[in-house]
Design a protein around this ligand. Sequence first.
Ligand code: GLN
Length: 532
Amino acid sequence: MNNTKYIFVTGGVTSSLGKGIVSASLAKLLIARGLRVTIQKLDPYINIDPGTLNPYEHGECFVTNDGAETDLDLGHYERFLDIATSQANNITTGRVYQSVINKERQGVYLGKTVQVIPHITNEIKDSVKLLGENGDYDVVITEIGGTIGDIESLPFVEAVRQMKWELKQNCLTIHLTLVPYLAAAGELKTKPTQHSVKKLQELGVQPDILVCRTEHNLDQDIRDKIARFCNVSSDSVIQSIDAKSIYSVPLLMQEEGLDKVVIEKLSIETKEKPNLNKWKKFLKNQENPTSEIHIGLIGKYVELQDSYKSIVESLDIAGVSNMCKVKLKWIHSEKISAKNVAKKLSGLDGILVAPGFGERGIEGKIEAVRFARENNLPFLGICLGMQCAVIEYARNVLDLKKAHTVEIDKNTPHPVIDLMEDQKNLSDMGGTMRLGEYDCKLGKDSNAYKAYKKVTIKERHRHRYEFNNKYLDFFEKNGMIATGKNTSTNLVEIVEIPTHKWFTGVQFHPEYKTSVETPHPLFIGFVKACMG
Ligand code: GLN
């Protein structure tokens, strides 16, 4: 019999308590004990996926191998666990309703009135159980987005209540709350936690474990008090204290006994000693860098650092594997001009030009590329960043002064970046880009090959425009080489300038394939180049 265990993680009091990190940390600890674990995120918003969301709304959109545009928490899951997620790992209200409404139109409900309970809640439950169904996982952890008390998360909490009832000993709920410190009173306050748990109880869910986010240590008295008011045992009150690095959270959770309590409560049989050697080595290296570099991150969403979450983490992790502290300087592309670029980029060891969409800030990105190219400054361009490198080269080296991407100038006389053929007759914007993993073949004499050390790589994509192959000969004869290509479509995936110290633009998104235990080769190569 399939004996998959289900763990739900909810959050209360405020958002941004680190539910994703706690969920990923718990999964890490269970995996370290030899269990097969996956994590899923249920998002209560009505968008089908975050693909159409502005990064200001919801941070980065993370792309999976199977081309799902998902919540950035899936990036954390992959970086912590070193396992790939898929569409099944991120479900939104929009997706749930879309599926139910499609079934209603197909007559699946046989004349019944279609309602939130049971039809919507069943759909939610099915998408949770789907992951556990084939016996691939011992534990499925499901994180519910939003905060308890939100109107839009009610059907999700109701689904949790029902699953808890149905699965009994095979289901567990963890509630994450805040224990604030009131400086004026000089005290930690438990009342917000009590209220949040009450709210959850009103909805029929008794949490089994409370993870309390705090800036100060919770002493035994406070733990006992929370336990007493919230119907949990004292050892199920887990402190989650602010950490210097998110990657130390698994060890903090282990010290607090989170994995131990979970295993006891779910009666899971596992190896007693978790193996976290590789993880600990990473943390040790992270704390003891022997060098430091400064990298400029050029983008238009720099006010909201979550917009480039995977890039930031990839650079940090690649730095650690080079025993190097990567210090980022966030530079707003809209504020870069030909006049100030030298000043803006002064003192940097390399620049990364970020992905993006639309016109805002693009000329600043192109100026930054020019500066990096002319000054032999290591350069990594990702997606739009690579396209900017192509445009810059066309304008300033090939003398195609008005060269542009068709995304921004439909009438450019030199469309060096053009709309992909299969994008031409689309009307829907959601889920229609070139998404997910594709093969890329590397030229041997390239930065990319030196980094990956193999000829065929697989990377994830999210774009509508591509290098216009009509210009390829002209570029290559004049020093910018396509060193990576998709062999079935001939699409240019990587451009490089071999005479430059390290100049690489990639059409794909390497940042989606970084994990703590498998740092990404291209980021390692870039960081090394920046280290000189
Ligand atoms: N806007 C560009 C395109 O659609 C680049 C996309 C990106 O940077 N992810 O091709």
